[in-house]
Design a protein around this ligand. Structure first.
Ligand SMILES: Nc1nc2c(ncn2[C@@H]2O[C@H](COP(=O)(O)OP(=O)(O)OP(=O)(O)O)[C@@H](O)[C@H]2O)c(=O)[nH]1
Ligand SMILES: [Mg+2]
Length: 314
């Protein structure tokens, strides 16, 4: 089952779409950790894409639909743009490139405080990528809530505006929802006229089991340091709707015995924490009770194996 808004339809009458209705795809792209997933969630008003303080959280494209009286924006959240070093990262970068090719417009997210500090606003090779794709792009300077000296913003806006032929340069804070509505209005103008492609109350095309596996992965990113999150994936083995709850069995896949020990923890304490935290989020998301059955399995070198990366759905 796909995910829908709890409040129901925004356009009650799906047959009576205004003639000037706009609908299209917007790719959210940028360096890891720039706030792409946070921004998508802010625009949708619901957490669809997982967010952590660690870079490379998002691993595949996640669609999120924002439907209003006058438009439907189909957001494509993407993995951060990186230089790939292993098979999984290869497929992450491909997902970002494919999103740009599929989109009617792009939002390039820039971590504003980091760009002020480093003096660099565009990730390597991005200008060429955008030029080749030829889509209109809005540069979004995110995390302005962290810029204490607002006088530093104007030079960054000016530098960004000359770095590429952006439609606009818009400072926002996705986290505190500042400037997000203005950005939506600017994006709407870049979309083609046409009827909505998805039902107005639908939030994403992914099935519930996708969000469940992502929420478990988010907890692993939050609870472990350094290499363990990156060597881990989550696979839903069984999903059964029972009368009073959903039974969900998931495998946490790691690369080595030592990682398995870390995930399980002393006396099973660590995996119990993952399960408790993930179950709470999953129950909130599904609005149902859930029994979550977690197991750890070693798949040696899965990140480097094209076969395994594909088998895990990347
Ligand atoms: N202060 C502040 N933090 C933000 C803002 N937007 C995002 N963050 C934080 O930045 C971190 C990364 O956010 P994500 O949304 O996961 O970033 P992302 O671009 O999707 O990252 P990847 O999926 O790893 O490419 C999280 O800790 C967010 O809470 C913002 O506007 N202000
Ligand atoms: Mg992300």
């Amino acid at each position: 089952m796909a995910v829908h808004t709890r409040s129901g339809a925004i356009l009650d009458d799906f047959t009576n779409i205004p003639e000037d209705f706009r609908c299209g795809y917007v790719a959210l792209i940028g360096a890891p950790n720039a706030g792409k997933s946070t921004l998508m969630n802010a625009m949708l008003g619901m957490k669809i894409s997982i967010v952590t303080a660690k870079p490379q959280t998002t691993r595949r494209r996640v669609l999120g639909f924002h439907t209003a009286e006058s438009h439907q924006v189909i957001f494509i959240d993407t993995p951060g743009l990186i230089q790939p070093k292993y098979e999984l990262q290869e497929s992450m970068v491909n997902a970002a490139h494919a999103a740009i090719a599929d989109a009617d417009a792009c939002c390039l997210l820039v971590d504003a405080p980091r760009a002020i500090e480093s003096g660099r606003e565009l990730p390597d090779g991005l200008r060429q990528l955008l030029q080749e794709a030829g889509r209109p792009v809005i540069a979004v300077l995110n995390k302005v809530d962290l810029v204490s000296d607002k006088k530093q913003l104007l030079p960054l806006i000016e530098r960004t505006a000359t770095a590429y032929a952006f439609e606009e340069v818009i400072p926002i804070s996705a986290l505190v929802n500042d400037g997000v509505d203005g950005l939506l209005a600017s994006l709407e103008k870049l979309l083609p006229q046409g009827p909505p492609l998805y039902p107005p109350d639908m939030l994403s095309d992914q099935p519930e089991r996708f969000f469940v596996s992502e929420m478990i992965r988010e907890k692993i990113f939050e609870q472990f340091r350094q290499e363990v999150p990156y060597a881990t994936d989550v696979y839903i083995v069984e999903y059964r709707e029972e009368e009073d709850r959903d039974y969900i069995a998931a495998e946490i896949i790691v690369e080595r015995e030592s990682q398995k020990r870390i995930i399980i923890g002393r006396g099973g304490a660590a995996i119990k924490n993952i399960g408790t935290a993930a179950r709470q989020d999953i129950e909130d998301f599904l609005d149902r009770r859930v029994f979550l059955d977690l197991h750890v399995r070693i798949r040696e070198g899965w990140r480097d194996s094209a076969a395994w990366v594909r088998r895990l759905g990347y």
